[in-house]
Write a protein that binds this ligand. Structure first.
Ligand SMILES: *Cc1c(COP(=O)(O)O)cnc(C)c1O
Length: 368
């Protein structure tokens, strides 16, 4: 018997969330973002779950090649572009679109002959101050890129720092859009602006975004970029992490649990041991009180998460036993809620799913 821990990926939910993104931005083409092994869901599964996307966008060139080898024929985009001139021939060979965000990348494309034309996204830094050309330098970068014979379409791209909030006090979406419009003035080409937050706010921002392409990531995996819950947006969980109770302890007042003896029982209580720990991707810093579902009933984590196990309060669970079903996140327990209790975001939990966790596919509402 393998360990009872497994992650179930809901391809039907991935399809559903993609169609939600479509209805939020009905006039835009969609890059489904599949970086970091499709936010922990598996690249090949994402190819099937997002078969109706207009393209797949990611960071890792070797995974982009894997998409081609797996039969994906629609566009593929590298969101950070290339890291070395030796990557240029692979772009042409596998028909991969590249982001261009700095002068060094333009030089790589100038020095290495493209034997087949490629499309690129030229990135503008509109205030995020991570990657991209300043608005004032953008037109010059565009002209230099335009002069390279192997470059076909150039799409204008930027990235929002605060897309989960409409009116961020430091930097609003509207201000970034204003800088973007200024930078691209008079330059031909399509536009690619929004991540999940931007897509979810598309209706509030109206025509201001003028997105030809959008780049949703986390919303396709049933997570939200901001504080609101995925259910509010009509999104469904795509990854359910489940395990079982593998041991039970009856405590009396004063007994402590786990490493550091950080949790102390204030009276008689039943504690269940769950086969899941930080080596599986469950956050070690999740505190006492983090929600867990056992046999369909909500309870909480107690004590410290260890490498292979964690302990939960079984007092509210009637007839709990070794073998009781435990949901750590997903169907019946939003991943963002667990993340928030643990002081992180749903993105990090999905991406951190460890290689030793068995992954299977199944529909929501079933036991996997
Ligand atoms: C990761 C990423 C996205 C997707 O962001 P989400 O918040 O997950 O929707 C979009 N664009 C770029 C450039 C990214 O790196």
């Amino acid at each position: 018997m393998p360990r009872p821990l497994s992650a179930t990926i809901h391809l039907d939910s991935m399809q559903h969330n993609l169609s939600r993104a479509r209805s939020c931005a009905p006039h835009a083409k969609i890059w489904a973002v599949v970086k970091a092994n499709a936010y922990g869901h598996g690249l090949e599964r994402a190819m099937r779950g997002f078969a109706l996307a207009d393209g797949l966008a990611l960071i890792e060139l070797e995974y982009a090649v894997r998409l081609r080898e797996g039969g994906w024929i629609k566009p593929v985009l590298l969101l950070e572009g290339i890291f070395d001139a030796s990557d240029v021939p692979l772009l042409a060979e596998h028909n991969i679109n590249s982001t261009v965000h700095c002068i060094e990348q333009i030089k790589m494309l100038e020095y290495t002959q493209l034997y087949r034309p490629i499309d690129v996204h030229l990135k503008m830094n509109t205030g995020m101050n991570r990657l991209g050309f300043q608005p004032g330098d953008y037109a010059a970068a565009f002209k230099r890129l335009r002069a390279i014979p192997g470059i076909r379409n150039i799409t204008h791209m930027t990235h929002f720092a605060n897309a989960d909030e409409l009116e961020h006090p430091r930097l609003t979406i509207a201000e970034q859009v204003r800088r973007f419009q200024h930078g691209v003035q008079g330059l031909a080409g399509e536009r690619s602006l929004s991540n999940s937050g931007g897509v979810l706010h598309q209706a509030d921002l109206g025509d201001a975004l003028s997105n030809d392409w959008v780049r949703p990531g986390v919303m396709l995996y049933g997570g939200t970029p901001g504080g609101r819950s995925a259910l509010d947006y009509g999104l469904r969980p795509t990854m359910t992490l489940r395990s079982e109770i593998i041991g039970i302890q009856e405590l009396v007042a004063g007994d402590t649990v786990g490493y550091g003896s950080r949790f102390e029982a204030s009276g008689p209580m039943t504690v269940g041991v769950v086969a899941c720990g930080y080596a599986d991707g469950y956050p070690r810093h999740a505190p006492h009180g983090t929600p867990v579902v056992v046999d369909g009933v909500r309870t909480t984590l107690v004590g410290r998460v260890s490498m292979d196990m964690m302990t939960v309060d079984l007092t509210p669970i009637r007839n709990a036993r070794v073998g009781s079903k435990v949901t750590l996140w997903g169907d019946g327990l939003p991943i963002d809620e667990v993340a928030q209790a643990a002081g992180t975001i749903g993105y990090e939990l999905m991406c951190a799913l460890a290689g030793r966790v068995r992954v299977q596919e199944g529909r929501m509402g079933t036991d996997g």
